[in-house]
Design a protein around this ligand. Structure first.
Ligand SMILES: NC(=O)c1ccc[n+]([C@@H]2O[C@H](COP(=O)([O-])OP(=O)(O)OC[C@H]3O[C@@H](n4cnc5c(N)ncnc54)[C@H](O)[C@@H]3O)[C@@H](O)[C@H]2O)c1
Length: 432
């Protein structure tokens, strides 16, 4: 199969590289010239474990290439995947579909007859209909199919998720489209469930999945708050409920709230869809509100641990990205936490293994450090914001000597209280 990915970001690049690894001929297109230049030079513009080797081997095998020229890339393509961003529209929270629609307009004159156009971007119900309308309006004679194939990969484990997915969701309204997508995913073998459904159901499945996972996170965060008030350990509660197979153990780790490029914008966009169709989603509304409040609440938790006073205090943040193993800072809880700390008058020093370049674009007045120990030098508290492995085995002796007072606020519950306290620290965790 000849495949074109429009958009070579986290999803487009990972999907494109994996499709090439399946044996397809793939061209990843992007409008960002610096991205394409980097990729052509063998540099990967994002941090994603294993992606550099996967890209290099498929480029070397002649199956993967990168281009700024959509028209040329589309020459002879059997399937075109739209993998551009769908951020929150400024002001109202709807998904901003301008990039998706622009991609549809741009491809229209160059798509070959019989080709399949697939939205891999996360798009609200009905977007596939609009993509079809835009292409048909530009090329009334063209015969083509439109499918939805939402992506469920997680940053940090994206290649594994793409190659060993729990399921592949395919939304089609004709058998030809289903056949092409079955052929594209055939290398996954029989172990992978390929769910073929109507396009609208597929579009909604992605939002429903993200909203459900966000709900689990907000739920356990609220249970954690209750645990703190009643003197229970949320980790016991999470295991106690998670072993129930109807509930499952994942997404039950309390923390500073969900962030990243998907859950915040997708929960908001789903709410807007619910409003548009007079089907209010009250549970999701509550999840969004709970999560919004949580980030600043975590900042206040740190200030409270400092005795209620931020002025004249310095806080060392360990981790800035919304989760480990990514450099993605989009909607990271760290943004709200830093703001709350600075509003309280505290100075912020920070270290993140991969996220500092992105963070510097979003955060003002933060001192970036070369490692966690440099961040802790002279600080009044160390605060673990992201669950990077590098923070799981800190040298607590050394940390205790560097901090002006031995205080560890662990917003990811990476440590056991007795171990930290044995080193003379005061230990503040979440829900325990
Ligand atoms: N990041 C994730 O973990 C993840 C997971 C599942 C689904 N998604 C969804 O996938 C979509 C893409 O997300 P992402 O994180 O990869 O975004 P991203 O911002 O990393 O990448 C999007 C890329 O598209 C390019 N682009 C925009 N318009 C273009 C056009 N007309 N032609 C060519 N290139 C164009 C941009 O330059 C950018 O490089 C979103 O809808 C997102 O919700 C993301």
């Amino acid at each position: 199969m000849r495949i074109v990915m429009i958009g070579s970001g986290y999803v487009g690049l990972v999907s494109g590289a994996c499709f090439a690894d399946f044996g397809h001929q793939v061209c990843c297109v992007d409008k960002d010239a610096s991205k394409i230049e980097a990729l052509r030079d063998g540099r990967i513009p994002i941090f994603e474990p294993g992606l550099d080797e996967l890209v290099a081997s498929n480029v070397a095998a002649g199956r993967l290439e990168f281009s700024l020229d959509l028209a040329q890339a589309l020459n002879g393509a059997d399937a075109v995947f739209i993998a551009v961003g769908t951020p929150s529209r400024r002001g109202d929270g709807h998904a901003d579909l301008s990039y998706v629609y622009a991609a549809a307009s741009e491809m229209a004159p160059h798509v070959k007859s019989g080709a399949l156009v697939v939205t891999k971007s996360t798009v609200p119900v009905g977007t596939g209909d609009e993509v079809r309308r835009i292409i048909s309006a530009a090329c009334p004679e063209l015969s083509f199919s439109v499918a939805s194939n939402p992506e469920f990969l997680r940053e940090g484990a994206a290649i594994e998720d793409f190659k060993r997915p729990d399921r592949v969701v395919i939304g089609v309204d004709d058998e030809h489209a289903a056949g092409v997508l079955r052929e594209i995913y055939r290398p996954l073998g029989n172990e992978t469930r390929l769910l073929v459904m109507a396009r609208r159901a597929a579009e909604l499945t992605k939002y429903a999945a993200n909203a459900f996972l966000a709900t689990k996170i907000s739920f356990i965060n609220e249970i954690a708050d209750l645990c703190e008030q009643v003197g229970a350990d949320v980790r016991d509660v999470a295991i106690g409920i998670g072993l129930d197979s109807r509930i499952g153990p994942r997404f039950l780790q309390p923390g500073p709230g969900y962030g990243g490029s998907c859950f915040p914008k997708d929960t908001l966009a789903l709410l807007k869809t619910g409003q548009d169709y007079q089907a209010p989603l009250r549970i999701v509304e509550a999840v969004v509100a709970a999560n919004d409040g949580r980030k600043r609440a975590m900042g206040r938790k740190v200030v409270a641990a400092l005795g209620g006073q931020g002025h004249g205090r310095t806080v060392a943040l360990l981790g800035l990205t919304f989760k480990a193993n990514t450099d993605d800072m989009r909607d990271s809880p760290a943004l709200g936490i830093v703001q709350a700390l600075q509003d309280a008058g505290a100075a912020v020093r920070a270290y993140d293994p991969e996220g500092m370049e992105q963070a510097a674009k979003l955060l003002d007045n933060v001192t970036y450090c070369d490692d966690p120990y440099q961040a802790m030098e002279g600080a009044d508290a160390a605060v673990i914001v992201t669950e990077w492995d590098a923070f799981r085995a800190l040298d607590l002796e050394r940390a205790g000597r560097l901090l002006s007072q031995p205080l560890l606020v662990d917003l990811r519950n990476l440590y056991d209280r007795p171990e930290v306290e044995r080193h003379g620290f005061r230990y503040v965790a979440v829900g325990c």
